[in-house]
Design a protein around this ligand. Structure first.
Ligand code: MG
Length: 279
């Protein structure tokens, strides 16, 4: 969850900024960074899980209320048109067959409370199909959640790649690399880069090719496109794999208002431990 927030904040100033030669050595936190919908909806799911107190039969309803509550409290966080007008502001919100990457950018908290792969898939579906009931929307969220869950358990990158290739076989393609994406990605005017299928595999490769937490975010942002969301997705897996320094956590939390910070701290109480790879 913290990784998603950091990726969102760092990527926020690059969202849809087209630059052919964006390097990896950009300034990480700047004054023009902000939290966006990715952090806000991630925290809404964290709050919904927290309110369940272990009884996830109410998770769908709690997620709807928490997403509407926080989304309406921060209406300028950068939501997609359909999500904002037809769901967030609706008195009777219904799923709208979306396969946008909004499902995958907000899912990370479920991977920190799930106690088995089976439960992970159930919880991921419950926080997803309230909006993104298209198979690609459900798949994108589950793939990111699975990556976080496996990293949390101390699995190796090769094990994670193997498992996530079931969702996206391109992850095994040796030509699918950050290097090959840079300069060739994020310029599709049909909007393909804001779909799950057009951005989740890119976020996963940003993590798989990284050397540390910060490098995963830099990989995610340097390819262009929907940078805050790709940063959020890559960061959420990288957090579980590498951990995040207290210093970076403090820097990121400075961007959040008090009410969102309280949700972050409350969720940390029920957040499962990251297991050391040496255990
Ligand atoms: Mg955003």
């Amino acid at each position: 969850m913290l990784g998603a927030i950091i990726g969102d904040i760092v990527g926020s100033r690059f969202e849809f900024v087209e630059e052919d030669n964006r390097g990896k050595d950009f300034a990480f936190f700047t004054k023009s960074c902000r939290f966006t919908d990715d952090s806000c909806m991630t925290l809404a799911i964290a709050k919904a899980l927290f309110l369940c107190k272990g009884d996830y039969s109410k998770l769908r309803q709690n997620t709807i209320s928490c997403m509407q509550e926080l989304g309406r409290a921060y209406p300028n966080a950068g939501y997609g048109y359909n999500f904002y007008h037809n769901w967030l502001m609706s008195s009777n919100p219904k799923p709208y067959n979306s396969y946008g990457n909004g499902s995958a950018m907000r899912v990370s908290p479920v991977a920190w409370v799930a106690e088995s792969e089976e439960q992970l898939k159930e919880l991921s579906l419950m926080v997803t199909d309230i909006t993104h009931n298209h198979p690609e929307g459900i798949k994108g969220a589950e793939a990111i959640a699975m990556g976080i869950y496996l990293a949390r358990l101390g699995k190796s990158k090769e094990e994670i790649r193997e498992k996530l290739s079931v969702y996206y076989p391109i992850l095994k393609d040796k030509f699918f690399t950050i290097k090959s994406l840079r300069g060739n990605y994020g310029y599709d005017f049909a909007g393909g880069w804001v779909t799950c299928q057009g951005s989740v595999p890119q976020a996963i490769i940003a993590f798989l090719e990284s050397e540390n937490f910060e490098d995963a975010i830099r990989n995610a942002v340097c390819i262009g496109g929907d940078s805050d969301t790709i940063g959020a997705m890559a960061g959420s897996i990288a957090e579980a794999y590498y951990g995040v320094s207290y210093d970076m956590e403090d820097r990121a939390l400075e961007y959040l208002p008090e009410d969102l910070k309280s949700i972050y701290y409350a969720f940390n109480i029920i957040k499962g431990k990251r297991r050391n790879k040496s255990e």
